[in-house]
Design a protein around this ligand. Sequence first.
Ligand SMILES: [Zn+2]
Ligand SMILES: [Zn+2]
Length: 262
Amino acid sequence: MGPLLPGSDHIRLVRPVTASAAGGSVVPLPGVRAGVFLLPSSPAVLIDCGMRGQGRRVLSAVAAAGVAPSDIALIALTHWHIDHVGALSSIRGRTGAEVAAHRADAPIIAGLVPPTKPELRGESGKFARWMLLKLYRPSNVDRIVEDGDELPHGLRVVATPGHTPGHVCYYLEESGIVFVGDALFHRDARLQLPPGGFSHDSGLARRSLAALRSLRFDQCYFGHGEPMLDRADMIVHDFLDRLLDSEEDAPAPDGVSLRGSS
Ligand SMILES: [Zn+2]
Ligand SMILES: [Zn+2]
């Protein structure tokens, strides 16, 4: 059974989906591993889908959490990247759920326009291009969302473009929970910007994080990294203060250590 996270009575973490589980020996490149989250109370909502080939596994975890796949009414996507939408067509087919995505990413998810190509070099670039372009299987988007839109559960759309043109976070104000997708990474006890090579516009990705500054939340769930479950906004806001108040033209830091910060 999926663990019921402390401090929350209505969210369960679906087992993270990893590319290595899907396809054998895959180098753990940034962006390969992505969290999938379930809001189990009716109507159930899934946030992101994981890699292609992981649809059955995600739905097994959903069932283990006590939710019938057919009860999932909505799949809310943070952005089009393969580690977040790869299993979409499979999960959509098995649940009949509506799919929501931002206007700017929806045509890519639906296969109407080719994916944006981040600038990538070397072997990791070759692998990433293959992963981003070849593993992708389009799926319909039923519901186009924009900044400020409200979805079931009071899930509010917070546009954070840059990582992809239509990247969004999802915010549950009443519960004090935010899902940040790939707007922020949480690795090695550090908050980080997504790796530049994977982002459509790193400068915009950085600036658009300002949208999180006005949100109050206890819990923050990342596409990549362990969730923060207590007063997460203090940590995130502190990071953003340092990031966004630094000189505008300065290169984005790789990460700001959370250790020793207060
Ligand atoms: Zn990702
Ligand atoms: Zn991404």
